[in-house]
Ligand binder design. Sequence first.
Ligand SMILES: [Zn+2]
Length: 351
Amino acid sequence: MGGWRLIGNSRAVNALASAVSSGSPARSYIFAGPERVGKAAAALRLAQALNCAADDPPCLSCETCRRIGEAKFADVLTVTVETATDGSALKSIAVEQMRDVEATVALAPYEGRKRVVIVDPAEEMSAGAQNAFLKTLEEPPPHVVFVLVSANADRLLETVRSRCRRVDFGLVAGTEIEAGLIERGTDAEQAAVLARLAAGRPGWALEAAAAPALLAKRDEALDEARSLAGMDLADRIDVAEKLSAAFKRDRAAVDETLEQWLGWWRDVVLTQSGAGDAIANLDRREQIAADAERHDRAQVTAFIEALRETRQHLRANVQSRIALDALMLRVPTKRQETRDRRQERAPAANT
Ligand SMILES: [Zn+2]
């Protein structure tokens, strides 16, 4: 299945490829799994495979494959959360958007063999949108394939889920990401670092290889993860306010920041448990070791749990300010350092 040329998740990809080559793709799929592991890329490959006229599709080089890859093919439609006129993201995929989909898919393909509708992130469909979509799913026109892309598939209505063939995607081994980057022209040293930092997410690694700005953002997030632990509560609440405002403009960026924080503290705990070889942020080994010395392991573990919960709450549309304020209460404090300071003061008091 070399034609699909995706990094990792070969079982999922092989299943899709053989469904296409045997002429029996499902009418509707759910591609489920964590962020940035290749679900959206696989959805595009499926659209290419269904429309490419080469002997062993997708060839990835013909006009059809190329235009689908550039989102310029009339019969491949991606439905996502729209941006409001003021630049902020709307809360969800609206019922009107899914009604438009219903009207579009009723028409025969315009230039290809199949119309492919990708809904990403599918769990952002409002309840109304899911119900509108359900009607289309019950009697899909034969020339249509739907792909619901979701990192939180359990938030889809059971009635929607039960009408889709589920394909699970998972985190990808670092060695596979590294090889994939090298194959795409990243030099070996850089590929090794990015593969490690990607923590199983080839999408992140590819993006970072193409856009050094992403690495700068990561550095910023990691610096913040460290400095938070030294701030008093008032300053941490200021950070929560800033993040909450950012969340209204760009949810994914805030989720990425929290993911980086999570990665940082995970590395700290790994180091505390003597598994420092397994850390992801290899280039910051010394800082991680210092934080591992400085912080109480139980506090760090509790904060990792708090970060996970906060990300879930934000995805479930809990009020961002409340969720982020609560998170700030659970930031590890530099217990070790205050103890050191007390010890330094003690002899002075005797003189
Ligand atoms: Zn092609």
